[in-house]
Design a protein around this ligand. Sequence first.
Ligand code: ZN
Length: 70
Amino acid sequence: MKESIARIGSQQGSRKRYQTGIEVEEEELGQIKAQLMYRMRCDCGRPWFELELKRLIQCPACRRLSLVSL
Ligand SMILES: [Zn+2]
């Protein structure tokens, strides 16, 4: 009789501990912005990144205006 009561008591105790273990505290979430970037590469060998895909882009290294192809 005493043993069974003690076992029930310990089970309740462990369940309580589990419930507190899964409690989720609210946290303020930050924001992350994802940006698409196009990797350009000129004939001169210079690579760089552009946020927009344009038809004509001037290479920052050789200053040549070139047609962009995907
Ligand atoms: Zn170039």
